[in-house]
Design a protein around this ligand. Sequence first.
Ligand SMILES: C[S@@+](CC[C@H](N)C(=O)[O-])C[C@H]1O[C@@H](n2cnc3c(N)ncnc32)[C@H](O)[C@@H]1O
Ligand code: SF4
Length: 452
Amino acid sequence: MENLDLLKRYGLFDAKVPRYTSYPPANHFQNGIGGQNQHHWLATVPEGSDVSIYIHIPFCKRLCWFCACRTQGTKTLNPVEAYISTLINEIETVRKGLPDTIRMARLHLGGGTPTILTPDLMAQLLGAVFDEFHPSNDFEFSVEIDPTDAAPKLLQTLADFGLNRASIGVQDFEPVVQKAIGREQSFAQTKEVADWLRDAGVPSLNFDLLYGLPHQTEDTFNDTINHVLALRPDRLAIYGYAHVPWMSKRQVMIKEHDLPNTIERLAFSKQVKTACLAAGYQAVGIDHFALPNDSLAFANARGTLRRNFQGYTDDTSSTLIGLGASAISRFHQGYIQNAVATSAYQERINGSGLAGNRGFALAQQDYLVGDMIESLMCNFQLNLTYLFETYPDQQTQIETFIAGLLERFPDVLVRQDNMIKLMPKAYALIRIIAHDIDAFNSNLKASHSAAI
Ligand SMILES: C[S@@+](CC[C@H](N)C(=O)[O-])C[C@H]1O[C@@H](n2cnc3c(N)ncnc32)[C@H](O)[C@@H]1O
Ligand code: SF4
């Protein structure tokens, strides 16, 4: 009870805060940054460096009501075929704009539902990627998979191209919950895909679950967790459901009075943590779990964990190239997001081969704040020695931030030598603490999702 009071006092019950998968969050991107900078930022990626590639496939056969991803439904393959040909055009143009000597450290296909592609379309897309980008020595290839739309021939194509990690969408197995979120998917179907992937030699599986969904109870969620743990994934991402119907219109199908309240959400997040730790997983950041021999657990232990648009990663590349409608690229100089609507994206690619539109050019202080927020989100702490050494020109600014944090969060942040640490009992506050140093921080109730 004491903990609940503490969390309440620091705003956990009212705050709506960014997930901090980037700094600044994408709602602060500005028009025109892509058009002005994309050529130059691509050309100045350091020679010989590793880049990560993200490819967005926005199409789905079904449109689940809970989903806040950038997706569009399709019943036919026609728009998908046209999209893949546009993507191949973009891949070739972007590659020409980059230095010859870069290497591809990661390739991630996300969506939407990448497995909506036919084997032939997937082979065309991956053929184009591997023709243009040479993999680095520790290259990893991952794909988001909807088990209800994952034909064995398509999975075989992914395996043939060296798929290292499949990220399988589950959310919840309870039929009442599935009905309320417009997504039906049996355990048997999910297990079949997981078994198939393992038999095909895909070395690592991740499952996505959600807590905070309508009609979820401790018992039903326990059942879902146990079913998922029985499949022994290497990683789990267990997100709090973000109910943002003003951004994702289809969420109006979900009745707000059926949603668990903040106390229940907090209980679900504790429940899942207890179950995962008991099953031998390690907690990674705010919402991921990994087996001790998984590279995410190693990165967590070494303090090299990073945060990106997919959540947590052990990828250390400083350049992310986003391809496809709405995909975001990260360069040293800032962020560039491709045109969001598929038609606008295709028009731009057909015109100039590049689709960068909104974005953000980072200023000196943004690097410092972004680094501090990433460190809080990954490690629940700040290393002052590192900050002073990395940002020697901003010592006063760092001291002001730290003094402010210690003053505003006196019961939960402690200073130990050169470290500022969040007490484990208050880990649920991390997004609120990050928000405290966010220079774009505005109304805590505006446009973002619940803090837990
Ligand atoms: C692109 S989606 C899923 C991939 C695949 N199409 C599927 O359905 O399995 C990636 C993940 O985003 C998460 N996600 C989507 N909408 C969300 C929301 N409103 N709140 C939190 N997480 C969400 C889900 O866990 C989902 O598995
Ligand atoms: S959860 Fe997956 S299948 Fe459902 S709408 Fe979102 S991206 Fe499409």
